[in-house]
Design a protein. Sequence first.
Length: 157
Amino acid sequence: MANTYTQIYMHIVFAVGRRECLIANEWAEKLYKYMAGTCKNRKHFVHAINGAADHVHLLIGMHPGESVSELVQSLKIQTSKWINDKYLHGAFSWQSGYGAFSYSRSFVPAVKKYVENQREHHKKVRFEDELKAIFDKAGIDYKKEYMMKGHADISPT
């Protein structure tokens, strides 16, 4: 086979440092567009990006030439620099951890709808409860004290 053929759908979640509610409604859409452009430049296909004031969700068709951890690290570095330059002047960083969950093609429409509905969803469900449900459904063992509560160490440097 001369070419590489893949179908890798990833739902990625990461949080603002110290779980602060720093992503303002006024510029959240611009942030999501910036993230989408970053992903596109790295040859990933973005199905959906959305979130709440303290975290983001992305549903991406991954290009096989880059690992999830490389993509997330790049997204965090580039977006924290962008946010600090445009809006928060050095006050923004992401937490060090993230969640990444793979899905088959048949689940993409449902996960896309879930990501697109994040703002409304979080009017009723706390982020911690959302993560616990995702982890439990995926059968992921986790320690509650570490669940997206790490220190912020992804800065734009």
